[in-house]
Design a protein around this ligand. Structure first.
Ligand code: GDD
Ligand code: MG
Length: 375
């Protein structure tokens, strides 16, 4: 069985003013008529049919999200006629390692031990067929007892990503369609290196970005978190055991979860696993993913993945341009006219307007930091 786990706890502060704390980017329709959360579920459609030899039994997803977003999640699944296996609520986010630990306890509660497909709720993927083929390959590797990550060929020395050094090729059986979803042993994993290190990795070649999507058996994750971060395993385990079911939701126990240290999958498990010398540990494998992946981390990334007109403009809503190039203009409440401007991002909402240059898109988080101090 393949159990999707959707991590939906992020806040997407660099996509202000559309993404707000109460309504983060995974709940927005930024890249299609569906929201990014809905796309995360829909892009798995066809997996079992396209890869029958993998015998993938796809379960309804487990979603892990913040308490305050529970109705948004439930409603967005209802609208597309999809069900969830569980919606697990965190009273307060503790980053991705505790979130995945809660999901792994839920997935194994009836003595089952499915393969988990762990996915962020807020990424876009252009080639969905290619993505499903890579997932099918990853399932094969995970069934053999490995932790599987997906690697993206890096295009710039981005410091917000994890870097994976690929090692010897891992031989996949049954490559069905000639598509080489090459898999490699994972030789090193470095989360968020500094700019100098990231540049050195790019120059060295052999390094891939970690996409943030993972595949492994539920019991394997529980064993690894117990091994590397026993305090997280214990606190999240207690929070799950003492959780309360409330209609469609399962609420992690607030006191136990408050005791849980905050850490990411990458720092808590991937880095120590990749550098551990012990031979009794399972290995990790990276499957390369060349499918137009983006984590839509900032407005400039949205401009890159969206369709542009001949002058390079992305116009969403009621936007008019004249002599303007390479702008991202979003206006759904008032008309927006842009004349003679280049490389701008303008996002209009009823109560706030953002004007920024494409090159300063990463700095938009300064606004949310400012607002947090003000209010
Ligand atoms: N449920 C839950 N609870 N989900 C969370 C939490 C939490 O406390 N924190 C983050 N998430 C979700 C976010 O919604 C996002 O979809 C995903 O988990 C990843 O979290 P980020 O906070 O966006 O991680 P990151 O971008 O810093 O780094 C990760 O992703 C990169 C690729 O986008 C790492 O895996 C990097 O190695 C990777 O390169
Ligand atoms: Mg991210």
């Amino acid at each position: 069985l393949l159990q999707p786990v959707i991590l939906s706890g992020g806040s997407g502060t660099r996509l202000w003013p559309l993404s707000r704390e109460s309504y983060p980017k995974q709940f927005l329709s930024l890249t299609s008529e569906h929201t990014m959360l809905q796309e995360t579920v829909r892009r798995l459609d066809g997996l079992a049919d396209e890869h029958p030899r993998e015998a993938i039994g796809l379960c309804d997803p487990i979603v892990v999200c913040n308490e305050s977003h529970r109705f948004l999640v439930a409603e967005q699944f209802r609208v597309i006629g999809r069900r969830t296996a569980d919606i697990i609520l965190e009273p307060k986010g503790r980053n991705t390692a505790p979130a995945l630990t809660l999901a792994a306890f839920a997935a194994t509660r009836d003595g089952a031990d499915p393969i988990l497909l762990v996915m962020p709720a807020d990424h876009t993927i252009r080639d969905e067929v290619g993505f499903r083929a890579a997932v099918a390959d990853a399932c094969q590797v995970a069934a053999a007892g490995f932790v599987v990550t997906f690697g993206i060929v890096p295009s710039k020395p981005e410091t917000g990503y994890g870097y994976i050094r690929q090692g010897a090729p891992y031989a996949l059986k049954d490559i069905q369609d000639g598509r080489a979803h090459r898999a490699f042993r994972l030789d090193a994993f470095v989360e968020k290196p500094d700019a100098q290190t990231a540049s050195a990795y790019l120059a060295a070649g052999q390094y891939l970005w970690n996409s943030g999507i993972f595949v492994m058996r539920a019991s394997l994750w529980l064993g690894l978190i117990e091994r590397f971060r026993p305090e997280i395993a214990r606190a999240a385990g207690d929070a799950y055991q003492s959780s309360q079911v409330d209609g469609d939701f399962r609420r992690a126990d607030a006191d136990c979860f408050a005791r849980c240290p905050s850490d990411s999958i990458d720092y808590a498990v991937m880095e120590p696993l990749a550098s551990a010398a012990d031979t009794d540990l399972p290995g990790a494998v990276v499957v390369s993913l060349d499918v137009g992946w983006s984590d839509v981390g900032a407005w400039s990334a949205l401009w890159e993945v969206r369709e542009r007109d001949a002058a390079g403009n992305v116009l969403d809503g009621d936007a008019f341009v004249h002599n303007a190039r390479n702008n991202l203009l979003i206006a759904h409440h008032r008309m927006l006219a842009a004349i003679g401007v280049e490389d701008l991002i303008v996002v209009e909402t009823p109560d706030a307007v953002l004007v920024a240059t494409q090159s300063s898109a990463q700095d938009v988080k300064a606004v949310t930091q400012f607002l947090q101090h003000e209010h």
